[in-house]
Design a protein around this ligand. Structure first.
Ligand code: 5AD
Length: 350
């Protein structure tokens, strides 16, 4: 891990134009030197948009009555996993709104069981929010090995401005620690350029990731959703894109061997945004494998792209684009976080 100060990060975040492009090239070279030029593909299955939380920025927040709610059955989740396997992917991400009721968690455990039974070598990442430690253990026993839980912001006071009670910053940190303790590869992330956020907050977010010693990161620019309380706040999309890309490049510089996703939100702000993320040092892309009919309902923010109906075609076009960038699409490779492999090895030799 490279040490860096908060003011140094702020200066890097401000880079634009030629200096910014050179910075991204340096970050890309760091990726190549530390974890090769492989780009891993994860099949993204957004299996339910029902959510018990009321985050002030999010389109699927509980109070939004303007969206159709859906939840896929275990068989439907399995069918999406089958499609990902048929497209040659060895890794999927199951994501949904947050629910802690037993119906939800047992339904998910059962889905994991079905997937692992049929595709024993499939690597499964979960992103289903805050859960009790015992539930995380159950998911791990059923074969999920990676977990993404975004902290959204590392500043507790900023967190409070984005999340109503009873959500709590410390609870989320506790969950991240539990996940690591259980043995998951742990990922977190923040929304970039969200309301009330400062550059110093973003610099602190990077330092927070290093302190937590994360294995993976998924962060993307905030994009307003018209049915949320924060939608009226002034929004500069170009600034969001630039900051989103610079955050990737800074993180790659300070944590050279973690997996960093180039997220859909980048693509929403600019066609080709996902490629720019890869050129800034990201190494993971998550093509959509949710049933086409439900994609518009997983509307976290306005204009979220739905991807291409035929998942396999989309995977092929993503692969081509990765090659055009001079990078290597690696579908067969499960893409375990190199950082995770190293830290587990260090722990066991202690
Ligand atoms: N803009 C960008 N990202 C968002 N998310 C939720 N709402 C938005 C938004 N308006 C992200 C959050 C959350 C993930 C599911 O989606 O970071 O963790």
């Amino acid at each position: 891990m490279t040490s860096i100060s908060r003011p140094e990060i702020v200066e890097l975040l401000k880079l634009r134009g030629k200096e910014q492009r050179e910075f991204h090239k340096r970050a890309s070279a760091i990726r190549k030197d530390n974890i090769t030029d492989k780009v891993y593909l994860r099949g993204l299955i957004e299996f339910s948009n029902i959510c018990a939380n009321d985050c002030l920025y999010c389109g699927i927040r509980k109070s939004n009555i303007n969206i159709r709610r859906y939840g896929l059955s275990p068989d439907e989740i399995l069918a999406s996993a089958d499609e990902a396997a048929e497209a040659g992917l060895t890794s999927i991400l199951l994501q949904s709104g947050e629910r802690r009721d037993r119906d939800f968690t047992s339904h998910l455990s059962y889905s994991l069981k079905l997937i692992k039974h049929k595709h024993p070598r499939m690597n499964i990442t979960l992103s289903v929010g805050e859960q009790e430690r015992g539930i995380y253990e159950e998911f791990y026993e059923q074969g999920a090995t990676r977990y993404l839980l975004r902290i959204e912001t590392s500043s507790e006071s900023h967190y409070r401005k984005l999340h109503p009670e009873p959500m709590s910053f410390s609870r989320r940190v506790q969950c991240l620690n539990d996940l690591r303790d259980i043995g998951f590869q742990v990922g977190t992330g923040v929304m970039v350029n969200s309301p009330y956020q400062t550059l110093a907050n973003l610099a602190d977010d990077i330092l927070f990731f290093t302190t937590l010693d994360i294995d993976m990161c998924g962060m993307g620019p905030y994009i307003p959703h018209s049915d949320t309380p924060l939608s009226g706040i002034e929004y500069l999309s170009e600034e969001s894109l630039n900051l989103g890309l610079n955050m990737i490049a800074v993180l790659r510089t300070v944590m050279p061997d973690i997996n960093i996703a180039s997220t859909t939100a980048l693509e929403t702000l600019s066609p080709g945004g996902r490629e720019l993320g890869l050129l800034a040092g990201a190494n993971v892309i998550m093509p959509q494998f949710s049933p086409f009919a439900s994609r518009t309902d997983y509307a976290l923010y306005d204009n979220k792209p739905q991807g291409v109906r035929e998942c396999r075609d989309f995977v092929n076009s993503v692969k081509e684009r990765i090659e055009e960038l001079g990078l290597v699409p690696a579908t067969e490779d499960p893409g375990i976080s190199m950082h995770f492999l190293r830290r587990v090895k260090d722990d066991s030799s202690r």
